[in-house]
Design a protein around this ligand. Structure first.
Ligand code: DOR
Ligand code: ZN
Ligand code: ZN
Length: 446
């Protein structure tokens, strides 16, 4: 029997060690991991020349847009950006046009994605108008639900505790996680209104509106609700020390509370935002050193479960609007995340084991992505292949994303994704997309 592919002379991350070995791949799965002489015959062989092979990285927080927002990004460009950035699976956020919040909107989104994606894609849904539809949305394949607390996006009145509690209980019974953007709508909107009335229109006004308290209040409210409903809450992009502390307290009781941090909250400060300007504007915003250090500490101690990009592409015009209140918030992150994190590995702030835990093992475990997250015989052949030695500068003009700008543009990085395999298929090779649209798979919750 000939397998489809054998990768030789690889350094493979298996069982928490980097091992010199070969990998045989057949029908999209890892067939064998072992020494070269033990490999089966293969249709194709690739000499990896000592490159590092990591489990395919998973980004649980991506806005792929498309449909009514395809002018910002579409399924092809967004997943090309993922493949170029060494990401083999992404989870797509629901704040689309139309909002993903029903069986029908999810079905249409999946239908369009199927033909266009280059990597594996799973979908979040916002809450529907009628909570009895939650079950149907899960049956349609949603991997999780998302709640945007800064303003109402889905069918749930975010300021109605009773309705929120009922919705949480349904998710808890179905063991489906709820990803939460935690910013308190009431304080946020009140402060924003005051600032606008006093004609404030600068980066600091945005920081005042999106204060640390806005995040902390929303996190505490959700933690309280999650406890009562026994629900699994995954906090997106935690940015403050206080919110992280509150989360850690709950984790100590063994509750299903998980959280993520983004490269921009770890690497950019509010001072950087003031210098770079609105291209670095995101919500929650980047904070001061003290909060950044708290996030790094959270990573070191294993309190932060996941690193995710929150890839949120907009047009350059939207990013540079005259008034701060009209600037679209969000940063394209799929193509910078891995190079930035590998640079942190080089700087010894992170280890390869941390990186794999935060971007493969934990995401697969938390979102129940079967056969993903680690390299083992029988699992999906999603592989992120990196060259740790390449030194270069981030060049946003070369992004596959439609958003060809970055607050990290020009940053010196060390370590590059050089090949991306998705279900055994080479999708990105030396910075080129080499697979056809539609070669990625849609991930549905089993
Ligand atoms: O900065 C952000 N951009 N934060 C969000 O929560 C939404 C996102 C977007 O969709 O652009
Ligand atoms: Zn968010
Ligand atoms: Zn987001």
């Amino acid at each position: 029997m000939n397998v489809d592919l054998v990768l030789n002379n690889a350094k493979v991350y298996v069982k928490k060690h980097i091992v010199d070995c070969s990998l045989a791949i057949n029908e999209g799965k890892i067939f064998k991991i072992g020494k070269e002489p033990a490999m089966p015959k293969a249709e194709e062989k690739i000499d990896l020349k000592s490159l590092l092979v990591l489990p395919g990285l998973i980004d649980v927080h991506v806005h792929l847009r498309d449909e009514g927002k395809s002018y910002k990004e579409d399924f092809y460009t967004g997943t090309a950006a993922a493949a170029a950035g060494g990401i083999t699976t992404v989870l797509d956020m629901p704040n689309n046009k139309p909002v993903t919040m029903s069986v029908e909107t999810l079905r249409n989104r999946i239908r369009k994605a199927e033909k266009n994606v280059l990597v594996n894609v799973g979908f979040y849904s916002e809450f529907p108008e009628n909570m009895t539809e939650i079950k149907g949305i899960i049956a349609q394949g949603a991997v999780g639900f998302k709640l945007f607390m800064a303003e109402q996006v889905g069918g749930l009145n975010i300021n109605d505790d009773t309705a929120l509690f009922e919705a949480l209980k349904i998710l808890a019974a179905l063991e489906v996680p709820l990803a939460v953007h935690a910013e308190d709508n009431i304080i946020l909107k009140e402060t924003e209104k005051k600032l606008k009335l006093s004609n404030r229109n600068d980066v600091d006004a945005f920081l005042e509106a999106h204060s640390k308290e806005v995040e902390v209040k929303a996190v505490k409210r959700m933690l309280d609700m999650a406890k009562k409903a026994n629900a699994h809450i995954h906090f997106c992009h935690i940015s403050t020390e206080q919110a992280l502390k509150a989360i850690i307290e709950e984790k100590k009781y063994g509750r299903m509370i998980t959280c993520e941090a983004t490269p921009h909250h770890l690497l950019l400060s509010a001072d950087d935002l003031r210098k770079i300007g609105t291209l670095a504007l995101t919500m929650p915003p980047v904070r001061d050193r003290k909060n950044m250090d708290a996030l790094w500490n959270g990573i070191k101690n294993g309190w932060i479960d996941i690193l995710a990009s929150d890839h949120a592409p907009h047009t350059i015009e939207e990013k540079t609007a005259e008034s701060i209140w009209n600037v679209k918030v969000g940063i394209p992150g799929l193509e910078t995340m891995l190079p930035l994190l590998l640079t942190q590995v080089k700087n010894r702030r992170l280890s390869i084991a941390d990186l794999v835990r935060l971007m493969a093992e934990k995401p697969a475990e938390i979102f129940k992505l079967e056969d993903k997250g680690c390299l083992e015989e029988g699992r999906d052949a999603d592989l992120t292949i990196v060259d740790l030695k390449q030194k270069y500068r981030v060049d946003a003009s070369k992004f596959f994303s439609k958003a060809k700008y970055s607050p990290f543009n020009g940053w010196k990085v060390e370590g590059k994704p050089v090949k991306t395999f998705v279900n055994g298929k080479l999708v990105m090779d030396e910075g080129e997309i080499v697979a056809e649209a539609g070669s990625g798979k849609i991930i549905r919750r089993e």
